[in-house]
Design a protein around this ligand. Structure first.
Ligand code: SF4
Ligand code: SF4
Length: 427
C-alpha cells in the first residue's frame, strides 16, 4: 500500500511516478457471484432473445447478441444469464448490459484453445477484442495495411495510474510472446515500447525497440509520444493511425501473449485502485466485477457527493452508479472525497491566461472556451484550433474559474463527429 498526494493539492507541475525495481504482488479479488458485461449495441435498444435470460454460458464463451454485427463479449465465468438491459455510456453510446450469475463449478469453452496452434489475425479479432487492455484490433483490421508501427504503452498516459507500467515490468514473458504473435499475424514489424526514461534498461530482448519518455505529464499521451519518440507531429484533425501508428496498452499485448501461452482467453483485469485517503493498490479483478465489490473489499464507503472516477485523474470519467462494471480498458478506479473533488462552476472566464500557459498544444484556450460554451463548434474549429487539442485536461485542471473546459472540448469533438454520420445528415 502506497500513499499518494492527490493532484488537487499539488502544484500545477504534474509528474508520472516510476515504480520501484522490486514490485509488490498484485492483490487478487475473488470472482463475484454476478458480473455484468457491456456488449456494444449500435442499433436501437432492441434486446435480443438469443441468447436470452436463463441461458447457460461457459467461461470463455463468445456472446454475440447481433448476428449481423461483428461485436461480441467473452464471458469470464460460467453461469446463467440473469438480465439483459439497455445501458447508455458516455456521450450516449449504446450497450446491452448482460448480467451473468456464476455457477459454483466452472465449465470451460475451449473453442479458442483448439485453434491456437495456427495463430492468425482473424483468430485474434474473433476472440481477443475484449481481452484485458482492450487490444485495438479493429483499428488494425480497418487500416487496409496502412499501420506500419505499433507503439506499446509501458507507461500509463495519466499520472497516478500505474497499471501498464506495473504489468509491463512484471510480465515480460507474456509481453515478449504478445509482440512475437503480433509480428507473426500482422504485416507490422516495427514495434516500439515506451516507458519512463530511467526504466528502459529493464526491457532487453523482448522483440521491440525500447524508448524512454520524460516523467512530466503529458509526455506519455499518444500525441506527445508521436512527437518526442517518433519525431512526427500529428497535424490538427489527423490521428496517429492516419500517420500509420497504432497504440496498444502493455496489458493488451500481454493479454495476446498470455492467451497463446495458456490457451485460455484472459479475463482478469489489472487496475490501480486509489482510495479517498490517497493510498493505492494494484489489484486484479474479473472483467465485469461491479465497482461496489472493489469498494467493499477494501472497506471504502462512498458518501453523498463523493466521486468515483474510472481512468486517471486528468482524462478519466465519473460514473454515477456503483453497479458499473470493470471493463477491459478500466485502468484505474479512483474514489474521491467530496472535499477534494474539483467541482465545476458557472463563473465566467477572467482571462487569467493560466490555461494558455499550460496548454502543450499552444491553443488560445480562453477564446476557444467562449465558442464551446456557446455551442459554436465550427467556429471553435476554424478560429481556435479545436482539433489541435491533444486532450490532456491540463486547462481544466488549472482553470481558476473551474470551467469544465476539457469536457466542453470532448463534447464538441463528439458532436462534430456525430454530425458527419448519415443519420445526422438526414435528420
Ligand atoms: S486539453 Fe486543454 S490544455 Fe490540453 S491540449 Fe487541449 S486545450 Fe490544451
Ligand atoms: S484558466 Fe479559466 S479563467 Fe483563466 S483564462 Fe483560462 S478559461 Fe479563463
Amino acid at each position: 500500500m502506497i500513499k499518494k498526494a492527490f493532484l488537487g493539492l499539488s502544484t500545477p507541475q504534474v509528474n508520472y511516478e516510476t515504480l520501484p525495481a522490486h514490485l509488490p504482488e498484485t492483490e487478487k479479488l475473488p470472482v463475484p457471484r454476478s458480473i455484468t458485461l457491456h456488449h456494444p449495441n449500435n442499433a436501437a435498444y432492441n434486446i435480443p432473445s438469443v441468447p436470452g435470460i436463463g441461458d447457460a454460458v461457459k467461461a470463455g464463451q463468445k456472446l454475440a447478441l447481433f448476428p449481423d454485427e461483428k461485436s461480441y463479449v467473452i464471458s469470464p465465468i460460467s453461469g446463467r444469464i440473469s438480465a439483459l438491459s439497455p445501458y447508455t455510456g458516455d456521450f450516449g453510446k449504446g450497450y446491452i448490459a448482460i448480467t451473468i450469475a456464476r455457477d459454483d463449478t466452472e465449465t470451460l469453452d475451449d473453442t479458442f484453445q483448439q485453434k491456437i496452434q495456427t495463430p492468425s489475425f482473424e483468430l485474434l479479432c474473433d476472440y481477443l477484442v475484449g481481452a484485458p487492455g482492450a487490444p485495438p484490433l479493429d483499428v488494425l483490421a480497418n487500416s487496409n495495411g496502412d499501420i506500419k508501427t505499433i507503439v506499446i504503452r509501458g507507461l500509463d498516459p495519466d499520472p497516478m495510474v500505474d497499471t501498464n507500467q506495473y504489468i509491463a515490468q512484471s510480465r515480460l514473458k507474456d509481453l515478449k510472446k504478445g509482440i512475437q504473435i503480433l509480428k507473426e499475424v500482422t504485416a507490422v514489424q516495427d514495434i516500439i515500447i515506451y516507458t519512463a526514461g530511467e526504466s528502459v534498461q529493464g526491457y532487453g530482448h523482448i522483440g521491440a525497440r525500447v524508448a524512454g519518455v520524460i516523467t512530466r505529464y503529458p509526455a506519455a499521451l499518444p500525441h506527445m509520444v508521436m512527437k518526442d519518440v517518433l519525431g512526427q507531429v500529428v497535424p490538427a484533425g489527423k490521428t496517429c493511425e492516419d500517420l500509420g501508428v497504432c497504440f496498444f496498452s502493455a496489458e493488451a499485448v500481454i493479454s495476446i501473449g498470455s492467451a497463446f501461452e495458456s490457451g485460455r482467453i484472459p479475463t482478469s483485469k489489472t487496475l490501480t485502485f486509489i482510495k479517498k485517503d490517497g493510498t493505492y493498490r494494484i489489484i486484479e479483478t474479473c472483467i465485469g466485477t461491479p465497482i461496489r465489490n472493489i469498494l467493499e473489499a477494501y472497506g471504502e464507503t462512498v458518501n453523498e457527493f463523493d466521486r468515483i472516477i474510472l481512468g486517471g485523474p486528468m482524462t478519466g470519467s465519473a460514473v454515477y452508479t456503483l453497479d458499473h462494471p470493470v471493463q477491459p480498458d478500466t485502468d484505474a478506479v479512483i474514489v474521491l472525497d467530496r472535499d477534494k473533488a474539483a467541482y465545476v462552476s458557472d463563473y465566467p472566464c477572467i482571462n487569467c491566461g493560466e490555461c494558455i500557459r499550460i496548454c502543450p498544444a499552444k491553443i488560445q484556450v480562453n477564446m476557444l472556451v467562449r465558442f464551446l460554451e456557446a455551442n459554436q463548434y465550427e467556429e471553435a474549429t476554424d478560429n481556435y484550433d479545436l482539433y489541435s487539442c491533444i486532450e490532456c485536461g491540463l486547462c481544466s485542471y488549472v482553470c481558476v474559474s473551474k470551467i469544465p473546459i476539457f469536457q466542453y472540448i470532448k463534447l464538441a469533438k463528439y458532436e462534430l463527429e456525430r454530425a458527419k454520420t448519415p443519420e445526422a445528415a438526414n435528420a
